[in-house]
Design a protein around this ligand. Sequence first.
Ligand SMILES: Cc1ncc(COP(=O)(O)O)c(C=O)c1O
Length: 442
Amino acid sequence: MKDRLAIEGGNPVIEPGSVKPWPVIDQRDKDAVMRVLDGAYLCGGGAPEAKALEEEWARYVGRKYCLTTSSGTAALHMALAALNIGPGDEVIVPSHTFLATASCVLHAGAIPVFVDIDRRTYTMDPEKIEEKTSDHTKAIIPVHLHGLCADMDRIQSIAKKHKLFVIEDACQAHGAEYNGKKAGTLGDLAAFSLNSSKNLCAGEGGLLVMDDDTHFSRADMLRMFGDEVDDETKLRVYNASILGYMYRNQELPAAFTRAQLQRLDENNDIRIQNCDYLSENLKGIPGLHTPYVPEGYKHVYWMYVIEFYPEETDIGLSPTEFRIGMEKALFAEGVQLGQWQTMPVPDQDLFQTKKGYAASGFPWSYTERGKQIVYRGTEFPNALDLCERYTAVVGFAPPNDLSLMEKYVKAFKKVFANLGVVKKHWQDDMVAHYRGELFRAK
Ligand SMILES: Cc1ncc(COP(=O)(O)O)c(C=O)c1O
């Protein structure tokens, strides 16, 4: 029977192997990597590929300075350290993000303070920031989540009022725009990840951008052990004057990233075209909500996040049960999807136990105020509700095109036409995972 759901033994809409992995690697990437292998440098802060990548990314984003790093997490930590944020300080972060947005604050010895997200955009809710600021607050880290910028005008105006720094976590937002301005130009400093899942990728790596000369020279030292560099010769003098780290990138990933950067806009356009197609063709299905993109925002879709609302159907399942059932039925049809974050970040064990550095309780134990902090996911109802309902659809990135998206839409329509069957199978012993075969590294 043609319309029998695959979860019941019917034919899947999407043949196995139809969803192609990201990133697209072609001869240009291979040539770039070979250029390094045939050259003289494999690493070094001033090595040619790293330097060229920094110049090209600073130009692309529209910033004075860029430093390439070993990861997005390293870039975030360097940003905080470059601003002299440390023990006793607090930093505002969103409740729904990847852990590193908050753990980088702990790496700096400071305390993350969470605020809930806007229910429609999933980014930090500016309305909720002021109730969490104190005399100890030094910075806000808004996250441009899934490829959509946070509401930066409102966040900036709060930051100005309270004299706070703004560090953009742009790890998921290469090429995203907010009112015509690129992600990466909307705060004091901005961090990007080059992990293999990202719109611009290297395998692993990161990029930190900024305009301020002092922030730049501090970040530059922090990246390489805190070492001084001779002004004239530009050589290290092997005298560390501040506590630094080893956060340099390497030449192979830097060269690979440069080759990928040539196609970033082209690849983002394909992501947008595919996701717009999904949204246009899935909108209006009762029980399904597609991503919300406010006026003036360019969403570059690191992930395509949808939500399930059983209240709009007569299936009689809870939001979580409905979401799990839909994930299983869609996954069986060949749609690559599943959850990424499963709980608000403050609900993760790290924040529940507050063991900190070597179980010492640092940085919370550093101040009486820190010791009293208790993290409760229930304080973040929007993040909690989202985690019950959302799933991340993947497989829309190039080289996948509209022909696959047509099949995705067919699969959704097929499954939504058989909700009674979904109900029977929501507890089946199978797990839909967004990685599928696609996300190779995380
Ligand atoms: C929002 C966000 N912040 C920070 C990071 C950390 O980046 P990396 O994995 O390169 O350290 C990621 C990466 O997954 C991320 O998605």
